[in-house]
Design a protein around this ligand. Structure first.
Ligand SMILES: Cc1cc2nc3c(=O)[nH]c(=O)nc-3n(C[C@H](O)[C@H](O)[C@H](O)COP(=O)(O)OP(=O)(O)OC[C@H]3O[C@@H](n4cnc5c(N)ncnc54)[C@H](O)[C@@H]3O)c2cc1C
Length: 451
C-alpha cells in the first residue's frame, strides 16, 4: 500500500481530483476522514448531523471502504501511515488561516517521517490566489496582489471559471478500509452528495428561471440552497457551473462572491478578525457584556422589528437564513445596536449550517462597511423599508413570527406604528431606528477623522 486520500472539506466522489487520481491506482489505497478531537468544539450538533450523513453517503459509494479516524493529525497520523506503509498522502487546499496552519504543521510532521503531503485541488472553481492585479507598493513599483474590488475580480474570474470542466473518473478499485474510530449511521436527507445533487436538480428545473427576479424575496424559495453543500464539499462549483447556461449570469455572479471572498481571505488571513479598511480599526463597538439584554433580544428575535425577528428565528429553527435577511439582521446588530461585527459573525458561525469562515466574515465586514469594495459604511438598512420591499405581503414574517400572523400586509412591517402595543403579544421596538442611524453615522465619521 502506498498512498492515501485525506478527505477534509471535500466529501464527494464525483468531480474530485483526489478520487480521479486514485482511479489510476493499481495498488491498494486508503481514503480516510479524520474527526480531529481538538476541533470537535466547532462542530455544532446540526453540522455534525450533516457531516455524519455525508460520510455515510460517501462510504456507501465507496462500498464501505471509507476509513474513519479521530486522532491528532500532527502527532498520530504519521505513525498510522507508517503502520500501513503509506508514503504519499493527497488532500485538498484550505483558505481559512487556522486550517492552513494545521495543514502546514501536519505536512512538516509527515515530512519528518518521510511521508509526502500534496494538496491537489480546492473547493473553488478558480483556486484562491490564482488571480492577481497590479497594485501600488511602498516603493511605488507596481506589485501583483489580490483583488480588493468584486467587479474587476468577476471580470477576470468569469472566463477561467467557465473554462473549467468537472473531473469525472470512475474508480476501478475501491479503497482498503484500515480503521473505524467512530461509527456511521445510514445517510439521511440531512446531507451528503446525493442530497446535494437533488438540490442542484431542483434548482435547475424549478428555480433557475425565476432566480434573477425572485432571489431577494425570502418567502419565494427561488434560491438554490446549495451553500451548505458547497461548504462541506459534497458538490464542487465546477459541477454547478457546467450545468449553467447563458441565462444564468446572475447566479454565476453569486457563486463568484463566494470565490471572491475566499480569494480575499487567501491574501488577507487577518481579515477574519481585523477590519480590512484601516480607517475603521479604531471604532468603539459594544462588546458582549455591554447591554446584554439588547444582544439577547437580537439573538432570540425579540427586537420589535418584524423582519429582523423573523430572520433571527429562522436562523435558530433551521440553521439557515435567507441572504437578504442576513444583510438586514447583520446591519441591525452593527448599526442599530452598535455591537462589534465580530460578535455577530461568531453567533452566525455557531448557528449556520453553511457557516463558512470566508463567506461569513467577509459578508459581515461588507455590512459593517469595513471590508472589500467601496461598501458604503454610511448605508444603514432600514428594517421597515426592507420588509415592505422584500416581504410585501408579510408572508415570511407570518411564518416565523406567529404572533403577527393575523396582521394585515399594511400593519405587519411596523406593528407599533399601527396598533396599541398592549393589543398584541409582541415586543415593542428595543431601539428607534431613526435615532440609532444618526448615532451610527456620527460614530463612523469620528472613526474616519481620527484615522
Ligand atoms: C452577514 C452574512 C453572513 C453570511 N454568511 C455566510 C456563510 O457563512 N456561508 C455562506 O455560504 N454564505 C454566507 N452568506 C452569503 C449568503 O447569504 C448565502 O450564501 C446564501 O444565503 C445561501 O443560500 P443559497 O445557497 O440559496 O444562495 P443562492 O442565492 O442560490 O446563491 C448561490 C451560491 O452563491 C454563493 N453566494 C451567494 N451570495 C453570496 C454572498 N453574499 N457571499 C458569498 N457567497 C455567496 C453561495 O455559495 C450560494 O450557495 C452570508 C451573507 C451575509 C449577508
Amino acid at each position: 500500500m502506498t498512498c492515501a486520500l485525506w478527505l477534509r472539506g471535500d466529501l464527494r466522489l464525483s468531480d474530485h481530483a483526489g478520487f480521479a487520481l486514485m482511479s489510476q491506482q493499481t495498488e491498494p489505497w486508503v481514503a480516510f476522514f479524520n474527526l480531529d478531537p481538538s476541533l470537535a468544539h466547532a462542530l455544532t450538533p446540526h453540522k455534525r448531523t450533516y457531516l455524519m450523513s455525508a460520510l455515510g453517503d460517501l462510504d456507501e459509494r465507496l462500498s464501505g471502504g471509507l476509513s474513519l479516524l479521530s486522532v491528532d493529525p500532527v502527532t498520530a497520523l504519521p505513525g498510522i501511515f507508517a503502520r500501513y506503509g503509506i508514503d504519499t498522502v493527497y488532500t485538498h487546499g484550505s483558505v481559512g488561516p487556522g486550517m492552513r496552519r494545521q495543514l502546514n504543521r501536519a505536512a512538516k510532521a509527515f515530512r519528518n517521517q518521510g511521508i509526502t503531503l500534496e494538496a491537489l485541488d480546492t473547493a473553488y472553481a478558480v483556486p484562491p490566489g490564482t488571480l492577481r492585479v497590479q497594485g501600488p507598493s511602498a516603493s511605488d513599483a507596481p506589485v501583483a496582489q489580490g483583488y480588493r474590488v468584486y467587479t474587476p475580480f468577476y471580470r477576470a474570474w468569469r472566463p477561467l471559471a467557465l473554462g473549467t470542466e468537472p473531473i469525472e473518473a470512475p474508480l476501478t478499485i475501491p479503497p482498503e478500509r484500515i480503521t473505524r474510530d467512530f461509527t456511521l449511521g445510514t445517510p439521511t436527507e440531512a446531507g451528503g452528495e446525493r442530497v446535494a445533487h437533488a438540490d442542484l436538480e431542483r434548482f435547475l428545473h424549478e428555480r433557475r428561471t425565476r432566480y434573477r427576479s425572485d432571489r431577494d424575496f425570502p418567502d419565494r424559495a427561488a434560491t438554490s440552497a446549495l451553500s451548505t453543500h458547497l461548504h462541506f464539499g459534497t458538490l464542487h462549483p465546477r459541477t454547478i457551473i457546467a450545468a449553467l447556461g447563458p441565462d444564468d449570469e446572475k447566479f454565476l455572479a453569486e457563486l463568484a462572491w463566494r470565490e471572491f471572498y475566499a480569494d480575499v481571505l487567501h491574501h488577507h488571513p487577518s481579515a477574519t478578525t481585523t477590519e480590512l479598511d484601516p480607517r475603521f480599526r479604531s471604532m468603539q463597538w459594544r462588546q458582549d457584556d455591554d447591554e446584554p439584554e439588547l444582544l439577547a433580544a437580537w439573538k432570540q428575535g425579540r427586537t420589535g422589528y418584524p423582519l429582523v425577528d423573523a430572520g433571527m428565528r429562522e436562523l435558530r429553527a433551521t440553521h439557515l437564513m435567507h441572504n437578504r435577511v442576513r444583510m438586514v439582521t447583520a446591519s441591525f446588530l452593527i448599526k442599530d445596536l452598535h455591537f462589534d461585527w465580530r460578535i455577530g459573525a461568531r453567533y452566525f458561525e455557531e448557528q449556520l449550517l453553511d457557516g463558512d469562515l470566508a463567506s461569513n466574515r467577509m459578508n459581515w465586514q461588507w455590512v459593517a462597511g469595513t471590508g472589500t469594495d467601496a461598501a458604503p459604511y454610511f448605508r444603514v438598512f432600514n428594517p421597515i423599508l426592507q420588509s415592505k420591499k422584500f416581504d410585501p405581503d408579510g408572508n415570511y414574517i407570518r411564518r416565523w413570527v406567529p404572533e403577527l400572523a393575523g396582521l394585515s400586509a399594511d400593519a405587519i412591517h411596523a406593528p407599533f406604528e399601527h396598533l396599541d402595543p398592549t393589543s398584541i403579544d409582541y415586543a415593542t421596538p428595543i431601539v428607534d431606528h431613526r435615532i440609532e442611524r444618526q448615532i451610527t453615522l456620527a460614530r463612523y465619521e469620528v472613526a474616519k477623522r481620527s484615522d
